[in-house]
Design a protein around this ligand. Structure first.
Ligand code: BG6
Length: 488
């Protein structure tokens, strides 16, 4: 926990993100006594309202989204530190009074001139607000730090991301820009490198000699809620693949970092991302499936003939010696049967000398007799390893069984929500769990290339039923290779 104090300024303070994620995260940090001593928060929004009204609205959200820890007395202690400023921050004339307000609260709470700006609003507003902050002398100071947290998506393609980055870099130093990918704050993502490199049994097998393929899924049962305007422009690839899925891939497949410091890790992730491409060749067989749930076109703010993908499944290759010939299947989508995120490593079959072929001729169906390591990111964090044993009381029958590590059961603590951790990190000046500009640039280059391929091949958009596992073509993507998605 930082002991330096912090005034947090949330642009978009009345928006969905502030209510669903930021306010509950701040509340939980406060309950756990993890906020810096001079903490206060100023929510900024266009609507006129008093701070007292703002606090009441946030209280309703926090009790709704964090019911397990909600306590009115604890909220009362925090709520006095929450304030509201009304103004359209695109316009320079609002900045003099804004600056005075921030300085006043900062002084009152004893935050030592430390400002944490959080952009929780539409990306098109990032640049004008950042430039206004600069012109009004609010992005640098001799008496404290200035940091900028930026929500994803950072741009909407490579070009717009470059423009945004160019604009921000004239306003604030790269080291003070914290680009959020909230998946990096999830417990199991932080665990991937530990699992791989702090255990001697995994790393020797973590390559093309022993791994058949890898599956990375982040699927959701929810739809798009009231985010039609954003989502219809973004789609699953820009919303989830470019950020969360590629970060999961990078951590799973990167080379060991020489040091555990943030820059070394990011530079290994970058090398990996630069080596990723859509699985090549095979003209007759598409390695890309785009789907849309039935009913999407009737959602609010979605175009009547929208071609936006709410589901994407892809087969990727990684061009380096470790992963030669190993497919990485990735999948994300809305309105599916389950909400879960996980990484599945399927190992190659053992040489079948001992058991004859197929496996001693005893099991007709070998397709389940596989070694599979599953890293469960959510909902229940854990690691499951499937291996084969002889079925008890039989002589020759082989069956798959599981070793199942359940993280919350083992440690009996609720792991902090991703936003809790990321906010605490930014207040502490720890950028390890944030994406670097180079990673984002590389992720957009790949995402753009995949979109181009989708357009070039004129692949169709497969409509799928809400509550299903997605379009049938996504099953075929693996079935065509003699594989299947691991669903559970
Ligand atoms: C966000 C996406 O980044 O991640 C949302 O914009 C998505 O569309 C969300 O629902 C998923 O996050 P989580 O933590 O619920 O898996």
């Amino acid at each position: 926990m930082s002991d330096q104090g912090c005034t947090m300024i949330v642009f978009g303070g009345t928006g969905d993100l502030a209510h669903r994620k930021l306010a509950p995260a701040i509340y939980n940090l406060s309950v756990e006594d993890k906020l810096p001593p001079g903490f206060s928060m100023i929510g900024v929004g266009r609507k006129q309202k008093l701070s007292s009204q703002y606090r009441e609205e946030l209280a309703a959200s926090v009790s709704k989204y964090s019911p397990a820890t909600w306590d009115e007395n604890k909220w009362a202690a925090l709520s006095l530190k929450l304030h509201y400023f009304a103004g359209d921050m695109r316009y320079a004339e609002n900045y003099p009074s804004f600056k005075t307000t921030v300085e006043t609260y900062n002084l009152e709470s004893g935050a030592n001139g430390n400002y944490l700006y959080y952009m929780a609003l539409a990306p098109r507003l990032f640049t004008p607000i950042a430039e206004n902050l600069k012109h009004h002398g609010m992005t640098c100071s001799d008496s404290g730090w200035r940091r900028l947290m930026i929500e994803k998506p950072f741009g909407s393609d490579l070009l717009s991301a470059r423009d945004l980055n160019a604009a921000l870099s004239t306003v604030i130093d790269e080291k003070n820009i914290y680009r959020i990918d909230h998946y990096l704050g999830k417990e199991m993502l932080q665990n991937i490198l530990v699992l791989r490199f702090a255990n001697s049994i995994f790393e020797p097998l973590w390559n093309e000699r022993f791994i058949d393929h890898v599956q990375i899924s982040a699927v959701e049962s929810e739809g798009i809620g009231d985010r039609g305007r954003y989502y219809d422009r973004a789609g699953a690839m820009r919303d989830m693949f470019q950020s969360h899925l590629l970060q999961m891939l990078a951590l799973t497949a990167m080379e060991p970092p020489l040091k555990a410091d943030p820059d070394t890790i990011r530079s290994e992730k970058l090398k990996l991302l630069n080596a990723v491409q859509l699985w090549p060749g095979e003209e007759e067989k598409s390695n890309l499936v785009f789907g849309q749930y039935h009913g999407f076109r009737h959602e609010e703010d979605v175009a009547e003939h929208s071609q936006t993908e709410t589901f994407a499944a892809l087969k990727l290759a990684i061009n380096n010696p470790r992963w030669q010939g190993v497919p990485f299947y990735m999948r994300t989508g809305k309105k599916l049967e389950n909400k879960l995120a996980k990484i599945v490593i399927q190992f190659k079959n053992p040489p079948s000398l001992y058991f004859g072929d197929p496996l001693g001729g005893l099991n007709r169906d070998q397709s389940n007799l596989l070694n599979v390591l599953t890293l469960k990111v959510q909902p229940r964090e854990g690691v499951v390893f499937q291996f084969n044993i002889k079925k008890p009381a039989t002589i020759e029958e082989i069956v798959p069984v599981e070793m199942d590590f359940c993280q919350p059961c083992a440690f009996m603590i609720n792991t902090p929500e991703a936003y809790e951790r990321l906010l605490a990190d930014a207040m502490d000046g720890d950028s390890a769990r944030f994406s670097s500009w180079k990673e984002i640039e590389s992720s957009w280059a790949l995402t753009d290339a995949i979109y181009n391929e989708h357009q070039r091949s004129r692949s169709k958009l497969d409509i799928y039923e809400p509550g299903s596992t997605g379009p049938a073509a996504a099953e075929k993507l693996l079935a065509g290779d003699g594989r299947h998605w691991w669903e559970s």
